[in-house]
Write a protein that binds this ligand. Structure first.
Ligand code: FAD
Ligand code: SF4
Length: 338
């Protein structure tokens, strides 16, 4: 049986108290939101934190509303169930509601948060295993095993100098396609950055988030007139599973057949969701025939670089990217305005 290591939990009631608790103090402080990923990872021995900070009592982190300028603001501690059920989200961006409903199960979504989903640890089948299983191979670039130390090799791609563990968030690609930003707060102040700048394509340092910083809220811009968007994923088990590939696409359809302002993001393949500008350029401004859509989908698949580190083969995941991009573009063409 895998046991959780011992730790204490701080439950601040105000933002200043929370930020004070996040200051580095030698205890390896971690934010615990819903804990649906963090606690599993702690059981498997990835994080050695002696203090978890749970911001769940801070009301301002759970809001979902429309701001005076028309942007939508979603507090990082809003649960996935709340985001999916929100009338604000369903009215302006139903594709986000649908993406969130594809995550895990109702019980997990009642606990898991949108902030935790955006900050989800990267995954790899040499990493997301029990310590007993992992110790047979020894550590890797991302993983230090107490009995074996940190490895200096990537078991998935032995020649690689960098870890390519996979960004598996199902909300990130669609939020990126919709042009979301995030507000990040620490005791030193706040900054608002495009969500695209929040991610780095590095399996070990995949978030641009410094020690002591918290993802406070997600901001969705006012929707461009006529914007349509959709999210799709493939997974091994349709009932509940992490994505083997997912896509989030947003764009305007002019005269019912010409894409403009397309933003195409592919997730669950590399360590960050990947934008594919060459596929966007191929599709934008031209009549979206079946042949053009297929070319755009193939171009997107040729831009992403999976390695053999989650389920499915490299070739299969590339085929699935082409299929998902094609399916999603067709949905955009045939759907009503999002
Ligand atoms: C059975 C099962 C199925 C799953 N299926 C999917 C799936 O299909 N798709 C998918 O995307 N995910 C899936 N997940 C993973 C996970 O449940 C979700 O991603 C969930 O949204 C994580 O949110 P959380 O609030 O529980 O995060 P936590 O586990 O609390 O935290 C995750 C990480 O984010 C950090 N963090 C959390 N909030 C913040 C914040 N506000 N600021 C800074 N850092 C923060 C934590 O320190 C931790 O490192 C699944 C999990 C399980 C158990
Ligand atoms: S991609 Fe390589 S370095 Fe990263 S977790 Fe997997 S085996 Fe380790």
């Amino acid at each position: 049986m895998m046991r959780l290591p011992s730790f204490d939990v701080a439950i601040p009631r105000t933002m200043p108290e929370l930020l004070e608790n996040l200051r580095p103090n030698g205890l390896g402080v971690k934010i615990m939101a819903g804990g649906t990923d963090l606690l599993v990872n702690m059981k498997q021995g990835f994080h050695i934190s002696r203090r978890l900070v749970w911001p769940g009592r801070i009301e301002e982190l759970r809001h979902i509303n429309t701001q005076i300028g028309g942007e939508i603001s979603i507090g990082a501690m809003a649960t996935l169930s709340d985001v999916a059920a929100s009338d604000v989200v369903k009215t302006s961006y139903p594709s986000l509601s649908k993406a969130v409903l594809s995550i895990a199960t109702p019980a997990v979504r009642n606990r898991a948060t949108i902030g935790g989903n955006l900050c989800l640890d990267t995954r790899c089948y040499f990493y997301n295993e029990s310590e007993f299983w992992r110790s047979s191979l020894g550590g890797c670039l991302k993983l230090n095993i107490p009995t074996h130390g940190t490895g200096d090799v990537c078991h998935s791609a032995p020649g690689n100098a960098m870890c390519s563990a996979v960004s598996s968030s199902d909300s990130a690609p669609i939020l990126l396609a919709l042009g979301a930003s995030v507000e990040i707060q620490s005791a030193q102040g706040k900054r608002i950055v495009p969500l695209s700048d929040f991610y780095a394509n590095d399996g070990m340092r995949f978030l641009n988030l410094a020690t002591g910083e918290l993802l406070k809220r997600i901001i969705l811009p006012v929707s461009r007139y006529g914007l349509r968007s959709a999210h799709n994923k493939v997974r091994s088990r349709q009932s509940v599973d992490f994505p083997l590939a997912n896509v989030g696409i947003a764009g305007v359809v002019e005269d019912g057949r010409v894409f403009t302002y397309l933003r195409i993001y592919v997730g669950a393949i590399q360590s960050a969701p990947i934008r594919v500008p060459s596929a966007e350029a191929l599709l934008n401004g031209r009549e979206a025939t079946t042949v053009l859509i297929e070319k755009g989908a193939e171009e997107a698949a040729s831009c992403v670089k999976p390695i053999q580190n989650v389920g499915g083969t490299v070739g299969y995941r590339k085929r699935m990217v082409a299929m998902l991009v094609k399916r999603t573009l067709v949905q955009l063409l045939t759907s009503a305005r999002d």
